[in-house]
Design a protein around this ligand. Structure first.
Ligand code: ARG
Length: 585
């Protein structure tokens, strides 16, 4: 179904055409949520922007618009306010009908897009044999949420893990592997290298202090690139180790990803250089092959080159991204490609895309989007570190969140004199801990840095995962106490909206569709968090002010239905953030 805002926009465009002619068919009617609920639910601000083309004053324009407007089914008669705002208040009957439609539909009356678009979300993308750090955690959480929302909308989404599984460091790693585990390549058994990050560190020490080692490492890179069998086996061994480590995190966080690392694009790299050369973009500069960028200069004001092939013939991160881009467009047929990385990589993407555009590789209908995010900081405002000052391991961070959640839960159970099984405590602590980490990240405007605080993210008060989970639990409690089977309610329910808190909640429930459309477009998940937070608050007010079980019919059933719709909206909204609900906590 068309959402309320979309419907109002259509109606306003029709009125503009009727009043002022066909030229105004595509004018943005500027319909937005009312800034102050005192004046209505929505407002239309278009009159002020039409004074010039129509050579008239905004109040007169507003009057003319209203004269041609037919909103009878949706709104009370519109009112003009101030310089020419048109204020709109939804009719109670309209609200009731919409709620009834939501009740009877699994997707809460939110339609799928038609036609769907082929999209790629490139996210998480850690590096082999290096640590998966909090930056990758942010990318994983934000990218997954974006993918979930686009999938819910009905798009055809490919979730790609562009892991860093190629590069000169593998020469060093393979040489070291052969040195410390001489049998590694011949034993059939899987090898446990233990901590790969530590392995990397030790390899680097050997590399830096021993010239012979360095030389062997260099030859090893060449062998690997040439496809020598033992080098490739060693490389695969290292990748497999890392993959297993990453997978533990993905399992914990319920993340689905298709791995398509940098190495996947190796066969396509020479063609990139050839084509750039053919088009005339390629320049040789001190032995390196590069493309000079427009609008990027070094500190002396000279144009900056994007190097695509190094002096030694090797390719780099940018070359791979060029090849990936072409593959995603030509083979995967994606028309929207979304990259989720820290803000520090903005320039990298701008440069790669510029070269691709100038090469003619990006058709008109393809949209490239970088979704940048800020840095995670500790409570001291500095980059997140462990107490002993080391960088934080993701596994440990997540475990710590779960432990914190468990301590909180046990304290609360004691205070409430409740006894619960160990399985219950484990499950709740796991869900609450991990959800808190996800939600703390998603609820921030992603472009800003955010402060990582277990106490804040686990608080039962405020804009946190536990607060939302608790609102859901509370509603489940109502149904348990009242012996209500939501499924049995049926859909043919007479909705009553008399108390103010009832219609405030009802109006909010109708907005999910617009919020999701907004997030799908702008890619800011915090908008959805804010919506769910306000929903919980509005529900809590409703529940304080309106008795549910003790109300008379038809109020009672209508209120139960409002509870049900709130719970279903919370459950759906949270699932799109990658957060499962709990029945009790
Ligand atoms: N591996 C990179 C890193 O850890 C992120 C890759 C992002 N995706 C891309 N297509 N460049 O910073």
């Amino acid at each position: 179904m068309t959402s309320t805002v979309e419907l109002l926009k259509i109606k306003f465009n029709q009125a503009l055409v009727a009043a002022f002619g066909e030229d105004f068919a595509t004018t943005d009617p500027m319909v937005v949520e009312a800034t102050n609920p005192k004046f209505g639910d929505y407002q239309c601000n278009v009159a002020m922007s039409l004074t010039k083309p129509l050579k008239s004053n905004p109040r007169a324009i507003a009057t003319q618009i209203i004269n041609h407007l037919s909103l009878d089914e949706i709104c009370e008669p519109p009112e003009i306010a101030g310089p020419g705002f048109i204020n709109l208040r939804l009719k109670t009957d309209y609200l009731k009908t919409q709620l009834q439609k939501m009740l009877g539909d699994e997707r809460l009356n939110i339609p799928q897009v038609n036609p769907p678009q082929r999209m790629i979300v490139d996210f998480s993308s850690p590096n082999i044999a290096k640590e998966m750090h909090v930056g990758h955690l942010r990318s994983t959480i934000i990218g997954d949420c974006i993918a979930r929302i686009l999938e819910f909308q009905g798009h055809d989404v490919l979730r790609l893990n562009h892991v860093g599984d190629w590069g000169t460091q593998f020469g060093m790693l393979i040489t070291y592997l052969k040195e410390v585990y001489p049998d590694a390549l011949t034993t059939a058994n899987a090898l446990d290298l233990g901590d790969l990050v530590e392995f990397y560190r030790q390899a680097k020490v050997r590399f830096d202090q021993d010239e012979t080692f360095k030389e062997t490492a260099r030859q090893e890179v060449v062998k690997l690139q040439a496809g020598a069998e033992d080098s490739r086996r060693a490389w695969q061994l290292l990748c497999e180790q890392s993959r297993q480590e990453f997978q533990l995190i993905y399992d914990d966080l319920d993340i689905q990803l298709t791995e398509r690392g940098e190495s996947f694009y190796n066969p396509f790299l020479p063609a990139i250089i050839e084509e750039l050369d053919k088009i005339g973009l390629l320049v040789e500069d001190q032995g390196a092959k590069c493309v000079f960028l427009q609008g990027f200069t070094n500190k002396d004001g000279e144009p900056l080159p994007l190097i695509v092939q190094k002096t030694d013939g090797g390719y780099n991160y940018a070359t791979t991204d060029l090849a990936a881009l072409r593959h995603r467009i030509e083979t995967e047929k994606a028309t929207r490609i979304i990259y989720v990385t820290d803000a520090g990589q903005s320039n990298h993407f701008m440069q790669v895309w510029q070269v691709a555009k100038r090469a003619g590789w990006i058709p008109e209908n393809v949209e490239l989007v970088h979704v940048p995010f800020g840095v995670v900081k500790g409570e001291d405002g500095k980059k997140l570190k462990t107490r002993s000052g080391e960088t934080v391991r993701l596994r440990e961070l997540l475990d710590e969140a779960i432990n914190h959640a468990q301590t909180d839960l046990e304290t609360r159970l004691k205070a409430e004199e409740r006894t619960e099984t160990e399985a219950f405590i484990d499950h709740v602590a796991q869900v609450v801990g991990l959800s808190a980490v996800k939600y703390a990240d998603l609820s921030q405007n992603r472009t800003s840095d955010y402060i990582f605080s277990f106490d804040k993210m686990l608080s039962l008060q405020g804009n946190t995962a536990p607060y939302l989970l608790y609102a859901y639990v509370r509603i489940q409690g109502i149904s348990r106490k009242g012996n209500i089977d939501w499924q049995q309610l049926g859909t043919d329910i007479k909705i009553v909206l008399e108390a103010e808190a009832e219609s405030i909640l009802a109006k909010h429930l109708l907005q999910l569709q617009d919020v999701l459309a907004e997030v799908a477009h702008d890619l800011f998940p915090n908008r959805l968090c804010q919506y769910l937070f306000e929903l919980s608050q509005k529900f809590n007010q409703f529940y304080e002010q309106c008795s549910v079980m003790k109300a008379e019919e038809p109020q009672r059933t209508s209120r139960i239905a409002l509870c049900d719709l709130t719970a279903r909206t919370l459950k759906l909204g949270l699932s799109l953030l990658g957060i499962p609900v709990l029945e009790r906590m």
